[in-house]
Write a protein that binds this ligand. Structure first.
Ligand SMILES: N[C@@H](CCC(=O)N[C@@H](CS)C(=O)NCC(=O)O)C(=O)O
Length: 209
């Protein structure tokens, strides 16, 4: 049997979510190793000492430890839904950069010595307003169907929304709210949110998707 690429993942990590979604849609098989952030396996840290998930270790020893690279690696092999045709690096960078920085401070103000996160919540809102404008013109960021940009971005918007769901639902951002709800309730998202036990050396390989 040929060795499968190994994907170290953590169910609730938004970076790992987008990587799993691209791998699932490409149907390129990997061995999924569910990790726990406070108990990272030495096998993963040897492959990628920076210690973030997701990490993909290829059979030839190459390591991809950036979620966007893992998405592209999977989709380059098989992209039947045409996700790569709608990859907007600027929008993704704006989400991974300033929006994520504000999101973390909104969600966990005490970790940043802040009394509360409202200033950061409001800073993040500007980006959501931009997304809402784009989504008022088409259902998804790449057009009528979800594609790379949507999948790269929505796990972070989901986190923002969940921080105060009642407040988020009352925002005047209907296109963004519908977009988020369609992606979160999709079969694809449900499939990549399946639960797996923490991987241990010697476990039988878990094939994914
Ligand atoms: N730029 C990386 C970021 C990945 C990342 O920060 N993942 C978080 C979990 S969501 C992590 O592993 N943090 C390390 C830790 O909490 O120990 C990527 O896109 O893959």
């Amino acid at each position: 049997m040929t060795a499968l690429p190994i994907l170290y993942s953590f169910r609730r990590c938004p970076y790992a979510m987008r990587a799993r979604m691209a791998v699932a849609v490409s149907a390129v098989q990997v061995e999924l190793r569910e990790i726990v952030l406070r108990d990272k396996p030495s096998e993963m840290l040897e492959a990628s000492p920076k210690g973030t998930v997701p990490v993909l270790v290829l059979p030839d020893g190459r390591v991809l430890d950036e979620s966007l690279d893992i998405m592209r690696w999977a989709l380059v092999q098989s992209d039947s839904l045409g996700w790569l045709a709608h990859d907007d690096p600027n929008l993704v960078l704006a989400t991974d950069g300033p929006f994520k920085i504000a999101l973390d401070r909104y969600k966990y103000p005490h970790r940043y010595d802040l009394n509360d996160g409202t200033a950061h919540r409001d800073a993040a809102l500007a980006h959501l307003g931009d997304l809402n404008d784009l989504l008022s013109a088409a259902l998804y960021l790449g057009g009528a169907q979800p594609a790379f940009t949507d999948i790269a971005i929505f796990p972070f918007v989901r986190q923002f929304a969940a921080t105060d769901a009642i407040w988020f639902a009352a925002l005047p951002l209907p296109a963004l709210q519908s977009w988020l709800s369609a992606l979160v309730s999709s079969d694809l998202f449900a499939s990549i949110m399946a639960r797996y036990p923490q991987w241990k050396v010697g476990d039988a390989p878990v094939r994914f998707p």
